[in-house]
Design a protein around this ligand. Structure first.
Ligand SMILES: [Zn+2]
Length: 158
């Protein structure tokens, strides 16, 4: 083949084995994970300025003090930012190439912590910074103690 002949691009895709059972010790994060299984969003609170952190941390990254208090962040929050992926991407959990209909958002929870998630509203023109959102959870029997136990954040009328 000469250098002027074009080749079709070669795509490499990794497929992860799906039936491998493993147990992972979460340590300090286990309280957060167990909270998610129960439909609760828990954050650690800094004793200096009261800032709540998700994922929870043992030590405040700003003040370098132990965070021993846990605060339930409630079920609602305000939209901080949103973006939509408009091209197929690999799902890091499954290795599958997929499209993403729901925008990825950042939410400031009632308790003050911030977390990322998926928005139920797929039309980004309907999303406004500061709008009220509510967590939509997977059925309890399907929860695994992961942030995606919250399937979506649903816009709420005020
Ligand atoms: Zn702090």
């Amino acid at each position: 083949m000469t250098t002027e002949q074009k080749q079709d691009p070669e795509f490499i895709q990794f497929r992860y084995p799906r039936d491998v059972t493993y147990h992972h010790a979460l340590g300090y994060q286990s309280k957060f994970a167990n909270g998610l299984k129960q439909g609760r969003i828990l954050a650690t609170k800094c004793p200096v300025d009261g800032r709540c952190t998700i994922p929870p941390r043992i030590v405040c990254p700003m003040h370098h003090v132990r965070q021993t208090e846990w605060v339930d962040q409630g079920q609602r929050g305000r939209l901080i930012s949103a973006f939509k992926i408009n091209f197929p991407m690999f799902n890091s959990r499954t290795g599958e190439l997929q499209t993403w209909e729901n925008p990825i958002i950042a939410v400031e929870l009632e308790g003050g912590a911030r977390m990322d998630g998926w928005c139920m509203e797929t039309d980004t023109s309907k999303l406004k910074t500061g709008m009220l959102l509510e967590a939509v959870w997977r059925p309890e029997e399907e929860r695994q103690g992961r942030a995606d136990d919250i399937m979506y954040w649903k816009p709420i009328e005020e």
